[in-house]
Design a binder for this molecule. Structure first.
Ligand code: 0O2
Length: 211
């Protein structure tokens, strides 16, 4: 099929750009209000055409059905400082009125066999085009910095080895996934201690409200 990819992907580009602005706005609001922010940073991308073609072949997705069957043509990634923040971000996104969550996959509690951990929301985002509103599916991945570090390295190795990891590398990746998990656990403990110390400090300071 002879497709004008630039034209086809234009609403996806607009969706990614609009969502990035909105999510970065949330991050700035937290910064300005001096509250703990659950968002560390946000990235976004439109799937490159070669990856679309590869995924359509490997997953047997017809090019005619890309809009409905390939949910990550538009992709947003939200990185959080702590695991607990992931669930706060999920709640925050589910309560928004400018898009609808249509599916969720919790690979944080139920990690993938590869060791991959992340929370995925598939959302339906209405994007205003010249003379119509188009409903675009977008995959939002929410993960900690440690989960992101592991996933980025695993993704580039996957590209290099085409998914056929040598046994030794597979073992190391599993060990690294476990270490990333433990790092997140450790940081959560520190987070709790910081929160406790802050409450004690406020209490000693003579203030009546303890957050
Ligand atoms: P890219 O290059 O990141 O865009 P299904 O298993 O059929 O329910 P599907 O469609 O694979 O679902 O979606 P899933 O499992 O939610 O994963 C989609 C995306 O999550 C992937 O996109 C990756 O970005 C990420 N992901 C999932 N599993 C892994 C993993 O084991 N390692 C890493 N590094 N990332 C993972 P793409 O299209 O594969 O790739």
């Amino acid at each position: 099929m002879d497709r004008d990819w630039e034209l086809f992907l234009l609403p996806y580009t607009q969706t990614v750009n609009e969502l990035k602005v909105k999510l970065k706005g949330i991050r700035t609001s937290y910064q300005l209000s001096k509250q703990h922010g659950p968002i560390e940073f946000v990235t976004g991308r439109v799937k490159p055409v070669n990856s679309i073609l590869l995924k359509s072949r490997t997953r047997n997705i017809s090019l005619e059905k890309l809009e409905t069957d390939m949910e990550d043509l538009a992709g947003i990634r939200i990185m959080c400082p702590f695991v607990e923040d992931i669930y706060d971000v999920v709640d925050l996104l589910k309560n928004r009125h400018d898009f609808k969550v249509v599916q969720e996959k919790d690979y944080v509690t139920h990690k993938k066999d590869s060791g991959y951990r992340s929370y995925h929301l598939i959302c339906e985002y209405p994007v205003q085009l010249i003379d119509e509103v188009k409903y675009i599916l977008v995959e939002i991945q929410i993960r900690t910095l440690a989960m992101n570090f592991w996933a980025s390295i695993e993704h580039s190795l996957n590209y290099k080895y085409q998914g056929e990891f040598p046994h030794e590398i597979n073992l190391r990746l599993q060990k690294a996934a476990e270490s990333a998990f433990q790092l997140d656990e450790e940081m959560s403990t520190i987070r709790e201690e910081i929160k406790e110390a802050q409450s004690n400090f406020r209490f000693k300071d003579g203030k009546s409200s303890i957050e």
